[in-house]
Design a protein around this ligand. Sequence first.
Ligand SMILES: [Ca+2]
Length: 326
Amino acid sequence: MPAPIVLDSDPGIDDAVALQYLLGTGLWDLKAYTTVGGNVPSEQTFRNGRALARAFGIDGGVPVHRGAGRPLTRLPYSAAGEFHGAAGLGTEVLPDSTAPEQTESSTQALLRLSRAYEGELTVCATGPLTNVALALSEDPGFARRVKHLVFMGGAAEVPGNITPVAEFNAWADPDAVDLVVSSGIRYTMVGLDATHGWRFGAKELEILEEAGQDMALTARLMSFYLNAYRADEGCPLHDPLAVGVCADESFVTAAEGTVVVECASELTRGKTVFIPYDADYPREYYVESPLVNARTRHRGRIALGTGPRNFTEDFVDALLKRPGTV
Ligand SMILES: [Ca+2]
């Protein structure tokens, strides 16, 4: 039976295809699509979320919620045009959902669903963690009611992509990530260490293009994204991989450890410092820093590379099962 999940997202092209992939897997009962500001400001991600719900045929059954207006303590980011297009979805102008606008915020929807599906609800976050952090601030019990949080963000042992040391989502709202990973919530961080390993290239684009009208929107989105990366090896599947890991960790290799996020410095803002944990060979880092040391009692799963199961193949297979229309 499909399991309850919320997708918390800042669409964004790879967010858009992450939604399509989630629906295509048939593994999930999507209870809400909660948007958050990130790639583009929150009002635009809400608009994009509604339009995508219509494009992928869920606007009758899956409510789309408006996210937090800004990061916890920072100004919103406003320049993702290079990778996602000015309004976030390449050059697409998609019609709005026909469903009435939800008045409940993303944070309120997350809290309500965590109570309705206590111990069962998976939350997949593919944008900045602002909504999740706000839910935890309002009600710390959210941490224990959620079964598993998988978020795309961070860079544990590899360079960043918005600064030399920070991944975009973690940089956009570092305070939110730090709050979440110290909350006691069961989490898996899927960052650049793993997402840069699963690529979508010309071969995969050809499969979508040959699938005809049903995949035309998806092919255009991925073509825009692929061109933005201008990389011979294709574009990374950041957000879809986080959705994949919700169902199966074997798309990545992961280790147990602690994440602490740099929030004080502009130079290293959003750097996700990974403190590995090994029960057989315990090693105490940060012994001279009781505050950091105390953080090591909160541990999660951290993706550190690609796993044995081929994610790119699963991604394309699932997309083909979920047509998009304009
Ligand atoms: Ca995203």
